[in-house]
Design a binder for this molecule. Structure first.
Ligand code: 13P
Length: 347
């Protein structure tokens, strides 16, 4: 099976602001997030989403339960050898562990970097029935970035959501989301945070892998142009894309070899080689499937470090194992550790 990518490769070029101390620091931070086989734990579900996930395992969705669950996630033994950083939401970044340490301090004590989700969620692009969305959060972003830096964050995340289907993603959705991602990334770099740039092409549907490849290629090509136009330094950012897979309802799911070939070829065709790294989202794949696909992607290789920034594929088993029982915190930590280990290559 071959994958045709109807886009031209990003032109090589130099970053907008090479050589300044701030740029050098951000590049070092970006590299430290993705090198050494370590990945990033995405634990940044909004309070609303986190509350629904707690209710799903029978836990009352209180602020304290959200806090206790995040404490479990970030306090496991030996995480720092496998995880470089943890993405938090605004609520958690301002909370404290039971011992009184703010989350960013506790993460730093454990050798982990603190990240912060700065988008404010999606809104309908063209009215409630349209189905396509635009991710918002640029209002007051520079001020919020300054506050997050003061609170101890070193990196940020913004997730755009693109849909596959007849005529989708539309040019309008591609352009609007790429523009917002690029502006976000530039504001973060100017304010001292490494941006994680997340354009997620959703896996909903029964489509073949080629459909996802084409939609992802259009998404990344549009994004690459917007990042260049905004003067974003590619060496001081991390790309967080979806893997190129068949649709989650597909009757003949693509195997890891096919996923790896399509994913890496799509990225090579659209993204600058200077990127600090690529850290994939899991996008609703099972823990086993996400890990197998990531291993195959790493075997295929690219000019960048290739690693994970999974949410559900890492934390769902931990949430189920804990289920709100203070006596099962260690069971939750063990489940997280098992999922993380699946995705870190053997030394
Ligand atoms: P998933 O790995 O569950 O897709 O989540 C990653 C993420 O950060 C979504 O924004």
């Amino acid at each position: 099976m071959s994958t045709t990518i109807a886009t031209s490769p990003a032109r090589p070029g130099s970053p907008a602001r090479p050589g300044s101390p701030a740029t050098t620091d951000l590049r070092a931070t970006a590299a430290s997030l993705v090198t050494g086989g370590r990945g990033i734990l995405a634990a940044d579900e909004s309070p609303g989403t986190m509350s629904r996930r707690l209710e799903g395992v029978g836990v009352e969705p209180t602020e304290e339960h959200r806090r206790a669950y995040r404490e479990l996630l970030v306090t496991g033994e030996g995480l720092a050898g496998r995880i470089s950083g943890v993405i938090l939401c605004d609520e958690t970044l301002r909370q404290q562990l039971a011992d009184g340490r703010p989350f960013p301090r506790a993460l730093a004590d454990a050798g982990l970097q603190a990240g912060i989700k700065v988008d404010t969620g999606t809104t309908a692009l063209d009215g409630p029935d349209d189905g396509e969305t635009l991710t918002e959060g640029l209002d007051g972003l520079a001020e919020r970035v300054a506050e997050y830096v003061a609170l101890g964050a070193t990196f940020a995340k913004w997730r755009a959501v693109l849909h596959l289907g007849a005529g989708r993603p539309s040019v309008r959705a591609l352009d609007a989301n790429a523009e917002a991602l690029a502006r976000y990334a530039r504001v973060c770099q100017d304010g001292g945070l490494v941006p994680i740039v997340e354009p997620e092409v959703l896996s909903a549907g029964g489509h073949r892998l080629e459909v996802c490849a084409a939609g992802t290629a259009r998404t990344l090509a549009t994004l690459g142009r917007a990042l260049d136009a905004a003067g974003v330094d590619p060496a001081a950012m991390v790309l967080k894309p979806n893997m190129v897979t068949s649709g989650e309802g597909s009757r003949q799911p693509a195997d890891p070899y096919e996923v790896a070939r399509a994913t890496v070829d799509t990225l090579r065709a659209t993204m600058r080689p200077e990127l600090a790294g690529v850290a994939f989202l899991s996008g609703g794949q099972s823990s086993e499937t996400a890990a197998a696909n990531l291993a195959a992607i790493r075997r295929r290789g690219g000019p960048w470090p290739l690693t994970f920034s999974f949410g559900r594929a890492l934390v769902s088993p931990a949430l189920a194992a804990w289920a709100g029982d203070p006596g099962r915190v260690d069971a939750g930590r063990s489940a997280l550790r098992r999922e993380v280990d699946r995705n870190v290559p053997a030394a």
